[in-house]
Design a protein around this ligand. Structure first.
Ligand SMILES: Cc1cc2nc3c(=O)[nH]c(=O)nc-3n(C[C@H](O)[C@H](O)[C@H](O)COP(=O)(O)OP(=O)(O)OC[C@H]3O[C@@H](n4cnc5c(N)ncnc54)[C@H](O)[C@@H]3O)c2cc1C
Length: 386
């Protein structure tokens, strides 16, 4: 018999991965009789940020998109590359819209319950998991946990690791300064020359856009640094000095080859960033959360290992790519420039989504030929950390 604190599944964290997984569970007939508890700590901090991803044509989240783009640009110091997103559409939604959308759908399902509690620890006992919360103790057959097991930033030092750190503003201008239909994927024209750093522009309207200054580097900057670059960028390339900041977002995302899947146990599966769902060489994870949630359900049905173990060939490529950017941090511009200049956008996006065939991967790797890749390749044979 189940008491009101016993569940088939407990999901710790109603963030991106927890909600993606809950949403997939709720829509799968196989799990229709499973009880699911979603626990998240109550926070007074209301954050609203934007999640972007790319996919072919229509998708699951189209109703709540802030905008979608079929074209865009990449800028290096000396070149402009037009990018074609007509196959893999680039899409952006707000985290608040995403959360509300999923929560409203789950509220209609009596098998799903949300609780505000701070999870202190999880204990695996026999074939069950005890979840100790600040307010109460809960029990489940299986737990999906989006908290980090380890102090990840300490672990980063043992593996090839960087951080994607960024600050962005959504601004509104009086005049129409942006082109709503065209995004800037990466712009390296204004940056700290010793680092991989770029500006990213997502126009939501002709007079409203998200402008973000992003680094792929070892350490975060003072907030003022990102702000100075954004202001300079707006002035130089859009002649904008009068604007209203309507939202801002700041993030630090680990880009690492740390094997997160090893932190899972038989009855506790790590998910989200803590499960290694962030693509190490790009920092993107929205699409992975959707894909991996589906994979988890398929693995459960087939009685297979539930954990998401990185595919060997992509893990290796991420290690090399991260290794080059880590060792030669100023080279990031050149690496992404070669990848985007020498390959059709759809092939690059397919590659970054880890959907390419062996030959497609080979073509991209060959197109980026660089002595730095060769050097890092040989180092990678003997070192866990590059
Ligand atoms: C500002 C920002 C912008 C980003 N933009 C993009 C993007 O455009 N595209 C993309 O693909 N990725 C993006 N990312 C990266 C990535 O998608 C996110 O970091 C994503 O939120 C990770 O999902 P998650 O479930 O692991 O963590 P989270 O979404 O952070 O969820 C974790 C949840 O666990 C809860 N929690 C933590 N500890 C406890 C506890 N002890 N007890 C109970 N609950 C707890 C938290 O309250 C939180 O709700 C962005 C990240 C940030 C920060």
């Amino acid at each position: 018999m189940q008491t009101n604190s016993q569940f088939d599944y407990i999901i710790v964290g109603a963030g991106l991965s927890g909600l993606h997984l809950s949403h997939s569970l709720s829509r799968d007939e196989y799990f229709k009789d499973y009880s699911v508890l979603i626990i998240d700590k109550k926070t007074s901090k209301k954050t609203d940020n934007y999640f972007s991803f790319w996919e072919i044509g229509k998708g699951k989240w189209d109703k709540i998109l802030k905008n979608k783009w079929l074209k865009g640009n990449f800028f290096s110091k000396k070149d402009k590359i037009e990018m074609d997103f007509s196959l893999y559409n680039y899409k952006t939604l707000s985290s608040v819209d995403f959360k509300n959308h999923v929560k409203n759908e789950l509220k209609k399902n009596k098998k799903f319950k949300f609780i505000d509690d701070l999870v202190l620890k999880t204990i695996q006992k026999d074939n069950k998991v005890i979840v100790v919360g600040e307010k109460k103790t809960y029990y489940a057959k299986h737990v999906f946990d989006s908290r980090f097991t380890v102090n990840i930033y300490k672990e980063l030092n043992k593996y090839t690791s960087l951080k994607q750190h960024f600050l962005g503003w959504v601004i509104k201008t009086n005049e129409n300064k942006f082109e709503k239909d065209s995004l800037t994927f990466m712009d390296y024209r204004i940056r700290d020359k010793s680092k991989t750093a770029f500006t990213y522009v997502l126009p939501f309207n002709d007079n409203e856009a998200l402008i973000e200054h992003t680094y792929f580097s070892k350490e975060e900057c003072l907030k003022e640094v990102y702000e100075v670059y954004i202001k300079e960028y707006l002035k130089k390339f859009y002649s904008i000095s009068n604007y209203k900041i309507i939202k801002s977002e700041y993030g630090v995302i680990p880009m690492t080859t740390y094997p997160f899947y090893k932190d899972s146990t038989k009855n506790i599966t790590k998910i989200g960033t803590a499960g290694g769902w962030v693509k190490p060489s790009t920092g993107y994870s929205f699409k992975n959360c959707e894909k991996y949630s589906k994979t988890i359900l398929e693995n459960i049905k087939k009685g297979k290992d539930i954990r998401i173990v990185p595919k060997k060939r992509y893990y290796f490529l991420d290690k090399i790519l991260l290794g080059v950017i880590s060792k030669y941090n100023y080279r990031g511009e050149n690496i992404f420039y070669r990848m985007i200049k020498r390959n059709p956008t759809k092939k690059v996006l397919k590659f970054l989504n880890e959907e390419s065939t062996f030959w497609e991967i080979s073509k991209i790797v060959i197109s980026m030929r660089s002595i730095y890749f060769v050097l890092i390749f040989f180092r990678s044979l003997f070192n866990k950390r590059l």
